[in-house]
Design a protein around this ligand. Structure first.
Ligand code: ADP
Ligand code: MG
Length: 400
């Protein structure tokens, strides 16, 4: 069902509570923002609401319900000021509920922007499982506001007070431009015709991605497995994986796929060769067949034959969704598999989407993000959307 967006409602003169995702990373041990992409991603929505009194709320990091000075949003307010320019009054309020917030809202003029402090400083309330307690906190968050906007795609899979509770007490409750763009891209993937739909999955943990494998394997034409995820499947098949990275729970999850997805297993493609390092001996590197991994060796990337095979499939796809690097791309030369897939995505004339924190970082570092049709800002949220075809924080918004 199509949801209303900020284009469908007139919020001029209203106090708008907008949930954004300003979880911009800070340099370790400091409050220096290392990447302000997430703040920049909300600017279109913020600018569109320049006739409103805009109250922005976000989480930052995992402060575990305590006021952690290293997880304050104050630096994000400073950066927002720089990005919006002198004409916009941006004020940081060091609480997300209570009197200071109420007074600040009362003093606002149309066009002013307030950024509230980290909602997770009230972790127990914000993330409560108990619905009554969560709703009580949501009402405090919503206090003084006339409307809700969700522009925090990366948090929309969470039933948290600021994402899910506030829109159930405020009306209208609509999507911002970032969420609208994410939903448009991911629903295109989710509803892609089976023929020509290719999924590339890599990264580390199969158990975190088992839901998306179950959901997309029946929907796609081919699913290409790479990264450390491959070794979990190898192990489940009884192959030797030596010292290769294989997180706990992953082989069991892979085994579950192999046992339960019988009708679709011909679409699941595993690497035929690997690039591995002798970590117990002279640290030499060699390519090996999939069944040639030996004890004491660490398989760190897909091999050249697999790279070429996967790239060819990706280039010919009608729709591609990619999550998870093909190897330990942070350490050269094990970035090769990831690079070749990223280039093939760029060359593919079909619709292509990349999602996942590390995959997006890899594509961005490689300078190939511009070549993708859509780079998702939400790792967990994009996977859950492709698992369920919906997200709670979006479901709760007003229908068109
Ligand atoms: P995403 O954040 O894109 O969803 P994941 O978090 O699942 O991806 O996995 C990314 C991590 O997996 C990266 O740090 C990468 O180095 C690691 N990785 C992928 N393949 C391997 C491998 N063969 N050996 C060791 N680490 C790997
Ligand atoms: Mg990751």
């Amino acid at each position: 069902m199509a949801k209303k967006t900020i284009r469908d409602v007139d919020l001029t003169g209203k106090v708008v509570f907008a949930r954004v995702d300003f979880n911009a990373p800070y340099e370790k041990g400091t409050l220096n923002i290392t990447d302000d992409t997430r703040i920049g991603a909300a600017l279109d929505t913020i600018k569109h609401l320049s006739g409103s009194k805009l109250v922005l709320a976000s989480h930052h990091g995992r402060p575990k319900g305590k006021r952690d000075p290293m997880e304050t949003l104050a630096p994000c307010a400073e950066r927002l000021k720089e990005l919006l320019g002198k004409k916009v009054k941006v004020t940081f309020i060091d609480d997300c509920v209570g009197e200071a917030k109420a007074a600040a809202i009362a003093a606002m003029n149309d066009g002013d922007v307030i950024l509230l402090e980290n909602t997770r400083f009230y972790g127990a309330e914000e993330e409560k499982k108990d619905q009554d307690a969560l709703m009580a906190f949501a009402k405090e968050l919503a206090e003084g506001a006339d409307a809700f906007v969700n522009d925090a795609f990366g948090s929309s899979h969470r039933k948290h007070a600021s994402v899910y509770g506030v829109p159930s007490v405020l009306e209208p409750a609509v999507m911002g431009f970032l969420v609208e763009k994410e939903v448009a891209a991911l629903s295109t993937v989710y509803n892609a015709p089976q023929e020509g739909f290719v999924v590339v999955l890599g990264g580390a943990k199969v158990d975190e991605k088992i839901g998306v494998i179950k959901s997309l394997l029946p929907r796609c034409e081919k699913m290409l497995i790479g990264g450390a995820m491959s070794w979990a499947f190898f192990k489940a098949q009884g192959k030797e994986i030596g010292m290769s990275y294989c997180p706990e729970g992953s082989p069991e999850a892979a085994e579950e796929i192999l046992c339960k997805m019988g009708d679709h297993l011909d679409k699941l493609i595993l690497p035929s060769d690997v690039h591995m390092q002798n970590v117990q001996g002279d640290h030499s590197l060699i390519f090996a067949r999939a069944d040639g991994i030996r004890p004491g060796w660490d398989a760190l990337d897909i091999g050249p034959e697999t790279q070429e095979q996967y790239a060819e499939i990706v280039r010919a796809a009608g729709t591609v969704f990619w999550n998870g690097p093909m190897g330990k791309f942070e350490d050269k030369p094990f970035d090769e598999g990831t690079l070749i897939i990223a280039e093939a995505m760029g060359d593919c004339p079909g619709f292509n989407v990349v999602g996942g924190g590390d995959s997006v970082a890899a594509v961005t570092q490689m300078g190939l993000a511009e070549k993708m049709d859509h780079v998702s800002t939400g790792g967990g949220a994009s996977l859950e959307y492709l698992e369920e075809g919906a997200l709670p924080g979006i479901d709760i918004l007003d229908e068109q």
